[in-house]
Ligand binder design. Structure first.
Ligand code: FMN
Length: 458
């Protein structure tokens, strides 16, 4: 068992949660700003480290057609744009980190850099960016009227994107360039503000970020997607990684990512790992198990197949149910194909088993279920087994984190698993890596782009 304290982030999308049909579930209020303000204030007060919003432009399709059950039952649909929420949530919180996904396949780095720099100012340095190439590539490519970019090329594009964004954040303004000297009519020293050069394989830029440097400059870089190429990107650039799989597989992924980070000249603990987890607790184990069954009771195999198609582009219902996946080649997301390929000497699950796993748990892996004491024991065991640094917590049956905060966090605190709530706000990077760590660390590839530190080259 481990005695380290862990981090807690909360998972959201600006849409409906899986348990939206349960009476009392509040996620149908996702277009009401008050819903989000209430949630963020509660998390801030409870001492949760950050609130994360997943996002993409996609929805489940198969053979180019919208899958009706996805629209009917609200599977990975609908979705609004969570970036619009963040300055409102920054205004009503002081400590909570705010992390949001933006896709490197869809966004332009220059526009993304400006948006995140602004949000980092408005939140006093509490912003994180979840860097993804993106789930649901087939429908989002269709929406944008573009050809789907092949899987590995999307990751090459992501690296180029990230390098350009980091140059803008780190390299446009030297520290001290901002003067705001009204008497002498000097806002900024032009000799200390620079156009950056970027001549990459996908993006070219010669220009500067018009936003003065924010507290963190570069937002904390999160990554999700554990395909081979995803790991490659994460090991070079990510500061935190979201994982979702069985514990033995996550243990292997974490060890692999740590070793790769070291091979890129980064510290062994340069990346924090957060396990995406569902926590179902009640006074008795029976009640918790019953609650779990109620939560997933509405989930159908047809819906599970639509969700699997969203992540992978593969149609499980067209395959033989009692055999393993008949194809593992996809240009869509690979994480949930590689996850069921039978690694670590285990036999690959059958299509029927994959469908049932997706019906029950989706992309999230096994839930933690039981009394608060049992759940905290399970959580501690998984942290010890995998070497992870914390959890990314799914909302409870009511769409909130009230049970997690009221029932689990006190037991976690009592047992030393989480720290007492912070008394003052810091930047998100300091919250994760400790006092004084506002900026990218020296061993991060983005640190070299700092203006005034070194001449920039494409
Ligand atoms: C906890 C968690 C959160 C994720 N959030 C997003 C997200 O917000 N948007 C997205 O497109 N993909 C998200 N992903 C990653 C996708 O599932 C997908 O793996 C990735 O974008 C495609 O890359 P791949 O081929 O490496 O799987 C998330 C994954 C996990 C485990």
């Amino acid at each position: 068992m481990t005695d380290k304290t862990i981090m807690l982030g909360m998972f959201q999308a600006m849409g409906l949660g899986g348990a939206w049909r349960l009476p009392g579930n509040t996620s149908t209020e996702f277009l009401d700003l008050d819903h989000w303000i209430t949630m963020a204030m509660r998390l801030d007060e409870a001492g949760v480290d950050f609130l994360f919003f997943a996002d993409d432009y996609a929805y489940p399709i198969m053979n180019g057609q919208v899958i009706d059950v996805a629209i009917k039952e609200a599977l990975l649909f609908p979705k609004a744009d969570p970036v619009t929420l963040l300055s409102a949530l920054a205004a009503v919180t002081t400590k909570l980190g705010l992390v949001v996904t933006s896709s490197t396949t869809i966004e332009k780095p220059q526009a993304l850099a400006k948006r995140f720099a602004t949000l980092d100012h408005l939140s006093k340095g509490r912003i994180g960016w979840n860097v993804v190439t993106g789930a649901g590539q087939n429908s989002s490519a269709k929406l944008f009227g573009e050809k789907m970019i092949p899987h590995d090329e999307r990751y090459a594009l992501a690296e180029d994107h990230l390098q350009l964004a980091m140059k803008l954040w780190q390299g446009s303004w030297e520290d001290g360039a901002l003067k705001v000297d009204k008497e002498n009519n000097v806002y900024a020293d032009p000799s200390m503000v620079h156009e950056i050069e970027h001549d990459g394989p996908y993006f070219q830029a010669h220009g500067l970020l018009t936003v003065p440097p924010s507290p963190q400059r570069t937002p904390v870089l999160f990554q999700a997607g554990t395909s081979t190429k995803g790991r490659d990107l994460a090991s070079r650039y990510a500061e935190a990684v979201f994982l979702a799989a069985e514990p033995d597989m996550m243990a292997e992924q974490i060890a692999d990512l740590r070793a790769r980070a070291v091979s890129h000249g980064r510290a062994p603990d340069a990346i924090k790992f957060l396990i995406a987890g569902t926590f179902i607790t009640a006074e008795t184990e029976e009640e918790a198990l019953a609650l779990r069954e109620r939560m997933i009771g509405f989930n159908t195999l047809e819906g599970a197949a639509a969700a699997y198609a969203f992540f992978t582009g593969l149609d499980l219902l067209s395959m033989e149910l009692d055999k393993p996946l008949s194809t593992v080649k996809t240009e869509q997301g690979r994480t949930n194909v590689e996850r069921f390929a039978g690694e670590n000497g285990k036999p690959a699950p059958t299509v029927r088993e994959i469908l049932e796993e997706f019906r029950r748990n989706g992309v999230m892996g096994q839930p933690f279920i039981g009394t608060p004491a049992q759940v905290v024991d399970q959580a501690k065991a998984v942290i010890a087994q995998t070497g992870a640094d914390g959890f990314l917590v799914q909302p409870g049956p009511d769409g909130t984190y009230d049970d997690f905060i009221d029932l689990l966090m006190p037991v976690m605190r009592e047992r030393g698993l989480i720290a007492p709530p912070a008394s003052a706000g810091t930047t998100l990077r300091e919250r994760i890596f400790g006092a004084g760590q506002k900026r990218l660390p020296h061993d991060h590839p983005g640190a070299q782009y700092l203006a005034g530190a070194e001449v920039l080259t494409g």
